[in-house]
Design a protein around this ligand. Structure first.
Ligand code: 13P
Length: 246
């Protein structure tokens, strides 16, 4: 069964005081709710999450399990902190940290080896969209970033058009449907229908309480990866409720 999944990416926001928001989140029985706080908050967030049916994720990991990599955090460390998900390949890291598809693939493999689920992000730039290259970019990111051996337990794919992140601009429902249908078809070709049909596909980019219900109408949208509107329970709860009602 494909999971309905609402994931919150806090990015580099939040402090220990912000963890109070976790206790105010309502996770319905048929929805998986994942919060991805900054790394220093993972351990405490996992303790609070366990009391509140929430899953916790990290925002990145190194591809090695340990060693001389100053400042980095490994997948086994994230698992040890009590988290169960890791975002890999977010466009902010692909752009600012020059992460390539092969780096994202190595990170996804590291999450799997640690028993974690990768929330693997893909998405086109405005330039790609305007040049009508979106589906080519998506195909290349999927084939380059997703390792062999994907299952519905170890992989969630998040489609986040770069131009929609933090901008208030959202693609039309037809544009979202086109890309999500394409992602499902690409995964089906590579992993077979049984596996591909069960992998949750998230939309991300300016998801708000006011537009979530419409976005969740698309058949191959199984949830959302939410940035700004995941920071406050008052904003994230209505998005979760819209997903539960979809
Ligand atoms: P916003 O919801 O703030 O646009 O961020 C989306 C995002 O990048 C989630 O990973």
């Amino acid at each position: 069964m494909r999971r309905k999944l609402a994931a919150g990416n806090w990015k580099m926001n939040g402090s220990s005081a912000a963890l109070a928001e976790l206790s105010a989140l309502a996770a319905p029985a048929d929805c998986t709710v994942v919060i991805c706080p900054p790394a220093p908050l993972l351990f405490r967030a996992a303790e609070i999450g366990a009391e509140n049916s929430l899953h916790i994720g990290a925002q990145d990991c190194h591809h090695e399990n340990g060693g001389a990599f100053t400042g980095d955090v490994s997948a086994p460390m994230i698992a040890d902190a009590g988290a169960s998900y890791v975002i890999v390949g977010h466009s902010e890291r692909r752009e600012a940290c020059n992460e390539r598809n092969r780096d994202v693939r190595a990170k996804a493999k590291a999450t799997w080896a640690a028993g974690l689920t990768a929330i693997l992000c893909i998405g086109e730039s405005l330039e790609d969209r305007e040049a009508d290259n979106t589906l080519d970019i998506i195909a290349g990111q999927l084939s380059g970033s997703v390792p062999n051996g994907a299952t519905a337990d170890n992989l969630v794919v998040a489609y986040e058009p770069i131009w929609a992140i933090g901008t208030g601009k959202v693609p039309t429902l037809d544009q979202i449907k086109e890309v999500h249908d394409f992602i499902r078809a690409e995964l089906t070709e590579r992993f077979g229908a049984t596996v591909a049909n069960d992998i949750s596909l998230l939309y991300g980019g300016s998801v708000k309480p006011g537009n979530a219900a419409e976005i969740f109408q698309a058949e191959n949208v199984d949830g959302a990866l939410v940035g700004g509107a995941s920071l406050k329970a008052d904003d994230f709860n209505p998005i979760i409720a819209a997903l539960a009602a979809s």
